[in-house]
Ligand binder design. Sequence first.
Ligand SMILES: Cc1cc2nc3c(=O)[nH]c(=O)nc-3n(C[C@H](O)[C@H](O)[C@H](O)COP(=O)(O)OP(=O)(O)OC[C@H]3O[C@@H](n4cnc5c(N)ncnc54)[C@H](O)[C@@H]3O)c2cc1C
Length: 177
Amino acid sequence: MDEFYGRNMPDADFVEADFVPKAQLYGRFARVFNERGEEFFKGEVSWSENDLVQATARQPGARAWYVLDDDALEQRVRDRTVADMVATAQTAIDPGDLPFTAPPGARIAVRVAPGITHTIGGLRVDERARVLRADGSPLDGLFAAGADVGGISTGGYASGLAAALVLGLTAAESAAL
Ligand SMILES: Cc1cc2nc3c(=O)[nH]c(=O)nc-3n(C[C@H](O)[C@H](O)[C@H](O)COP(=O)(O)OP(=O)(O)OC[C@H]3O[C@@H](n4cnc5c(N)ncnc54)[C@H](O)[C@@H]3O)c2cc1C
């Protein structure tokens, strides 16, 4: 559960075109509960919210409830308000319908489930993007880049596109040597 990057999505069916617009990327403004009504995430949510998504994956049924008050709904994430993002979620309900007692001031609740964007774990490579054996020696003629490589997002999420672009170019240059 430590080895994926993802987004909490509405706990309902969605298609590829929904990946970005339906992502519920406002966990930092919500009170977050599991199905048992426990606030399971301690501390500050990271900028990517990937720590919250991974924590959600460890909850019973791998589900969470984002519970929002009026103040939270007015917050902005990039070009949208939290209310805008909630409006895309078909799993938004009245807090009175939650399976546990809603906190005071709750205005709306959204049931979310983790979606995996890409894995973080993967093959070990060196600075030339050569795939390494367990003993650290390179495998002749085998290169890896992007989501297939591990050991990059070890202190929190880094960019998946950067891992693809930087190591892809490095692998190509190494192969051409
Ligand atoms: C919705 C979404 C939003 C994202 N937003 C961001 C963002 O804002 N910033 C960011 O940094 N990253 C973002 N990412 C992550 C980023 O897109 C990926 O980390 C990156 O594209 C991985 O690159 P890659 O080359 O490793 O793999 P991919 O881009 O998946 O490329 C693999 C390619 O291999 C092809 N392929 C697979 N199997 C075969 C086969 N057998 N034969 C031939 N071809 C094959 C596939 O069709 C694909 O074209 C996002 C990802 C998603 C899904």
